[in-house]
Structures are given as C-alpha cells and as structure tokens.
Design a protein around this ligand. Structure first.
Ligand code: AMP
Ligand code: GLY
Length: 418
C-alpha cells in the first residue's frame, strides 16, 4: 500500500515511523514533512491548507491511502477533496471536523448526544462578555470558539485578564465561549472510527502549560506520557460508552458522519468525567507516546477506518511498558519563537522532529516553536522518563526550553482523581 501523510510536525513524524514499520506499506511519503520525516518518508511539496493541492499531490504520487495529520487541512476540506479524487483517506470531512473547528458546534452535538461537558455561555459581543463571566464565576475560562492551535484558551482568577482576553478574541473577529471551570486531572483519549465502529486507543496525558509545575501560558503541548497508572479502572469503557460512541452516532444521525480520529480531551472532575474539547485528529504530542506502544500495524488500522471496515478489524494489541515524550521548544515559544538556529544531536532513536527544516547547506535548523519531541521508552514510567531526558541531554539547540517535570507527578503518585 502506498501511504501519504499530510503535515509537518512531530505527530506526522511519529505517524511515519509507525507506518514505515507496517509490512503492508510498500511506499511512504510525507507532504510537506520536515527534516526528520525525510529519514523514513519521501518528501513531497504541498500547501497542506489547500485541499485541491493535497488531492493533486495524492493523485500524482499514486497514493492508496492518505492520512491527514493536522486540523487546518481537515477543517478546510482536504479529506473531502482526496475522497472526491477516488483515494481512501483517514480523516473527517470538513463538516465533521467542525467538532474541532467550532467549540459551539461541538457543544450542540454533545447536548444532543447527552455527552457530559462544561456548561458554556456563547458570547456574541462585548456587552455579553461580562454577564457571561459573572454567571460562570471564577476561575474564569475564556475560549476562542475557532481553531487557535491550543493557544486560544485563558484560565484565570483575574477577572480583568479574562475580560481582556475576551475582547482580544472579539476584536480579531472571533467568537468567544465562556465556560464553567473543570477541576481534576486531564486525559486525552483517542479513538479510531469509520463513522460506526469506534476503537479507543490508550489514554495519555499532555502537559499544556509552558513551564514546570504547570506555570506559564497554554501551549500546543510540552510533553506527554502513556499509559496512565492513576487512571480509574474501566475509564476507557466509560468514555467509549458515554462520550465516543454517542458522539459518533449523533454525527451519523445528522448526516455528518465522522470518520478518522476522534480525540476526546477529558477532565476527571470531582463530579465525574467531562469533555473539555474534541479534536478531529491525532493529538500532538500524545501521538508520540501512544503510537510506539501500539503493536497492531498502523496502516491496516487506518485503512480499515478510511474504508468503513473497522467492524472486521481484530482487537488492538499493545506493548508492555511506558513512553514519555519531552518537547524541546524554541526560545520565545509560544508568543514569538526564534527560528533558524542550528540543531545537533537530533538524529537518534526516539527523537521526533516538529519544527525543523534543512538549510541550504544541509544542516538541520529550527523552523517552528515546538522543535523536537524527544521520546523515551521503559518498563515503567520512571524508566521511560529517564530514557527521554537522557536523549534530551544529547540535543543541542541554543537557548532551547523544555519542561523537566513531564510525567513526574504520575511517577510520584501525586495525581488524584475525584
Ligand atoms: P482546549 O483548547 O479547549 O483544549 O483548552 C486548552 C486547555 O485549557 C485544556 O487542556 C485545559 O487545560 C484548559 N481548559 C479548557 N477548558 C477548561 C475548563 N472548562 N476548565 C478548566 N480548564 C480548562
Ligand atoms: N495535545 C493537544 C492537541 O493536540 O491539541
């Protein structure tokens, strides 16, 4: 099978590594890819945000399966364009990707499907903002309704800051959602679906804040680990029954069948589990820890989802052990990352490339805010953590920033549910 991956981050690098080890994959390409994906996948040029360009590169290269990594092409309709060209595609239609593209759309679907989530107040204009904040109360949760690469949310006790963030989003032409604050640890659970059958993967946890101890601004994700030793027994079954299957069924009922990867961002609150958000694609950086633990060949699984045959797919198999990934970020991330700096030591096992590029002289240079996702494996989380940080120590990028506490609270047994 000729498989084409669309995207250029560490998630796509992880997808390429997993796909390249599936014996049914005869050729693998990544468009546009980065300096790391080239080691496992043929680089192809594309403007991933342009659905017709994505379909064209898939046809020209002779792809038999296209796997779309990021949300921007999905929301723009890349999966529709690829399917219209007669090629199997892993990823939802533009309509179905609204589960991620519009937080208020996701709230409507959850309400119709009876899925537990935070109460929310849509804010149409500045006049409604303060009323919504007063009704919700502190801590305030103020969100950009649209796509914002994980950076559109402000959680704060400071009412003036909450008002300012709301105005900032409204002034930029966006819509605002104020939400009830959810306490409790967060879980990312991915499910592969063909629109009917839903197969959950292993739960993982992301670290969204930039700094150790969950300080600093929200980012696209600074590190992740799996599995979750503190997860309550039966968590995956509960999320499947109360969140994933009802959402997929509700989308089908609306005639907006969701196929691809449904990512439930969950909070395990003192009042039970709640959906924080849905994403319509693999999470980044959680994918970098979930895929290496998946023993089931990936191309066959994604192809089954893309072709509506997931009901016939064998149960998923997982490797023993744990994985931890640490994001190495550029100085200035997330506000104003500095790019163009040389990177060395980034070609070892487990070093996945995020924002990297090849300079004219062939050197690897930073090309984004999150530069690398350095992954370690071990018999347990403590061993995986150690392996990941040993690999981080071998990387050189001037003024790089990374958190030193990825998976630490879990290793130390400090995460309490309920
Ligand atoms: P989102 O873009 O909706 O995933 O939000 C990004 C992050 O903001 C989440 O992972 C949470 O850490 C935090 N967050 C979002 N919504 C809430 C909420 N209702 N209560 C508490 N924290 C939240
Ligand atoms: N890990 C957060 C995200 O992928 O949106």
């Amino acid at each position: 099978m000729r498989v084409l991956v669309i995207g250029s981050g560490a998630r796509e690098h992880a997808l390429c590594v997993a796909l390249s080890s599936d014996p049914v994959v005869s050729a693998l390409a990544c468009a546009p890819g980065n300096a790391g994906t080239r080691a496992v996948a043929e680089p192809l040029d594309v403007d991933a945000a342009d659905p017709e360009a994505v379909a064209r590169v898939a046809v020209d290269w002779g792809a038999e399966l296209v796997v779309i990594g990021p949300e921007v092409p999905l929301v723009a309709g890349a999966a529709d364009a690829v399917r219209d060209a007669g090629i199997a595609c892993f990823g939802p239609s533009a309509e179905a990707a609204q589960l991620e593209g519009s937080k208020s759309f996701a709230k409507h679907v959850m309400a119709a499907a009876g899925v537990p989530t935070a109460r929310s107040w849509p804010v149409g204009g500045p006049a409604e903002l303060e009323t919504a904040l007063d009704e919700a109360g502190a801590p305030y949760v103020v969100k950009d309704d649209g796509l914002a690469a994980g950076k559109g949310v402000l959680v704060t006790d400071d009412r003036a800051a909450a008002v300012a963030h709301g105005h900032h989003v409204l002034d930029a032409g966006g819509a605002v959602l104020v939400e009830e604050y959810l306490d409790g640890p967060e879980v990312s659970l991915f499910a592969v679906t063909d629109g009917t059958t839903v197969l959950p993967l292993l739960p993982a946890q992301d670290h969204k804040r930039r700094d150790d101890g969950d300080g600093g601004p929200n980012t696209g994700g600074m590190g992740a680990y799996a599995p979750l030793p503190w997860a309550p027994a039966g968590l995956v079954d509960e999320v499947l029954a109360t969140v994933l299957q009802p959402t997929v069924d509700e989308m089908a009922r609306r005639g907006e069948t969701f196929s691809g990867l449904l990512y439930a961002g969950l909070a395990l609150t003192s009042r039970g589990l709640r959906v924080v958000e849905f994403n319509a694609r693999f999470g980044d950086p959680e994918t970098q820890v979930v895929l290496p633990l998946l023993e089931t060949p990936l191309a066959g699984l994604l192809h089954a989802a893309a072709t509506g045959t997931l009901a016939d797919h064998p149960p998923l198999r997982w490797r023993e052990g744990a994985a931890v990934t640490v994001v190495v970020a550029a100085p200035g991330y997330p506000e104003a990352p500095r790019t163009g700096s040389p990177i060395t030591g980034a070609d070892g096992e487990g070093v996945l490339h995020a924002g990297t590029a090849l300079a004219a002289d062939g050197d690897v240079v930073s090309a984004g805010g999150r530069v690398l996702a350095v992954t370690g494996f071990g018999a347990d989380l403590a061993a995986a953590r150690q392996a990941a940080y040993e690999r981080v120590a071998g990387v050189r990028l001037a003024d790089a920033h990374w958190r030193t506490d990825i998976a630490l609270a879990a290793v130390e047994g400090r995460i309490v549910v309920g």
